[in-house]
Write a protein that binds this ligand. Structure first.
Ligand SMILES: NC(=O)c1ccc[n+]([C@@H]2O[C@H](COP(=O)([O-])OP(=O)(O)OC[C@H]3O[C@@H](n4cnc5c(N)ncnc54)[C@H](O)[C@@H]3O)[C@@H](O)[C@H]2O)c1
Ligand SMILES: [Zn+2]
Ligand SMILES: [Zn+2]
Length: 359
């Protein structure tokens, strides 16, 4: 079958090959025909090594498709079901899953999740984050898919799989933005505009978007930002909006030490800085030993919007159905599997919110 393959960490381009094979669908697994898959910055980060990922691998994790085969023992899914791929499959039994923190479940991810299920010339090929959606079909543990109603467009469903759940979830689940608060969001890609939409849903009074690229700032305004500025103008807008105190909530959706630090600095004393962007494990962010206590800010990370996708994907779908989330406008362009390298180039150049790969 056709799949995009990254041969080794550090490769700047993927190869789209026709001779990638799939392992058989084993007990407890399903085979999914991928129909749509968004291109997330985390795919680029897995290629560059910012996010640890065994190679060679099939990138892609923001995907939706249709079940085409069900392995022995799978009783809750059937051929023909439409599903969103879940890149952290909740095992349903560990203390995280039982404690409302299914996004922190590592039981499957760290075991069967990292068994390579693709093959190329007889050699094992992994899937990005245990999934790998830039391909025609993928075999996954049954917990790594969430069934959705068949009338949800695959494009909408795929975005929910990462950017939307991550961004909206960080605002409403992780940071729990309160109505009437002031919010600043650094980075206006797919994740950033989803944070903006989540903050708007939560009733934020002002949402200030920060991005280096003018077209992304325009995008941010379309999705609900009340202000959108270049980083150099943030100080002035902060004075206008907050009287110079700083924002109630800050979100970082870029993944750089400088912007993580800037997010913390943009937040008022007692406010919340929520870090969504993913940087490298050896990149450090400095905080003074004095400011932590004195500013009494809450510094929090957010992984996949603190979601329990078994219920939260459905929340996102219903918010989209009722017009409270605009997911269609997040797609800047639609390409086929052959367009993946172009999609990566466009993302690096800041030209797109999301490229959708249709298969
Ligand atoms: N926490 C999670 O669970 C999770 C899930 C998905 C993605 N992510 C991470 O979220 C981040 C954003 O992902 P995305 O797909 O939206 O990326 P993206 O590349 O589409 O968007 C990043 C945006 O940041 C802007 N930008 C870059 N450097 C900047 C700077 N110094 N100052 C201001 N703006 C700057 C770019 O112009 C772009 O608009 C990535 O780090 C990604 O790995 C995290
Ligand atoms: Zn992602
Ligand atoms: Zn679990």
């Amino acid at each position: 079958m056709r799949a995009a393959v990254v041969r080794q960490t550090g490769d700047e381009k993927v190869e789209v090959l026709d001779n990638v094979e799939l392992e058989d669908t084993g007990p407890g697994q399903v085979r999914v025909a991928i129909k749509a898959t968004g291109v997330c910055h985390s795919d680029l980060s897995a290629m560059s090594g910012v996010i640890p990922q065994p190679a060679p691998f099939v990138p892609g994790h923001e995907g939706a498709g249709e079940i085409v085969e069900v392995g022995p023992g799978v009783t809750n899914l059937a051929v023909g079901d439409h599903v969103i791929v879940a890149w952290i499959p909740p095992c349903g039994q560990c203390k995280f899953c039982l404690n409302g923190q299914a996004n922190l479940c590592s039981a499957i991810t760290m075991t069967v999740g990292y068994i390579p299920r693709f093959k190329l010339d007889g050699m094992p090929v992994w899937g990005m984050a245990g999934t790998g959606t830039f391909c025609e079909e993928v075999v996954l543990p049954s917990q790594a898919v969430v069934k959705i109603p068949n009338d949800v467009p695959m494009s909408v469903a795929s975005l929910i799989g990462c950017a939307v759940m991550t961004g909206v979830g960080s605002a409403i689940n992780t940071a729990k933005v309160r109505p009437g608060s002031s919010v600043v969001v650094f980075g206006c890609g797919g994740v950033g505009v989803s944070i903006i939409q989540g903050a708007k849903l939560a009733g934020a009074a002002e949402i200030v978007a920060v991005d280096l690229v003018e077209s992304k700032r325009e995008d941010a305004r379309r999705f609900g930002a009340s202000h959108a500025v270049d980083p150099k103008d943030l100080g002035q807008v902060s004075v206008e909006v907050t009287g110079g105190d700083g924002f109630d909530y800050g979100f970082e959706a870029i993944g750089l030490p400088t912007t993580i630090r800037a997010t913390y600095d943009a937040v008022r004393r007692g406010g919340t800085a929520c870090i969504v962007g993913v940087g490298k494990a050896d990149q450090m962010v400095e905080f003074s030993a004095f400011e932590m206590f004195f500013a009494e800010k809450t510094l929090m990370g957010s992984l996949w919007g603190s979601a329990d996708v078994r219920v939260d994907f459905d929340r996102m779908i219903r918010l989209w159905r009722t017009g409270r989330l605009d997911l269609e406008s997040m797609v800047s362009q639609k390409l086929g599997l052959d367009g993946i390298n172009q999609a990566f180039d466009d993302m690096k150049a800041g030209k797109v919110i999301r490229t959708l790969i249709e298969i």
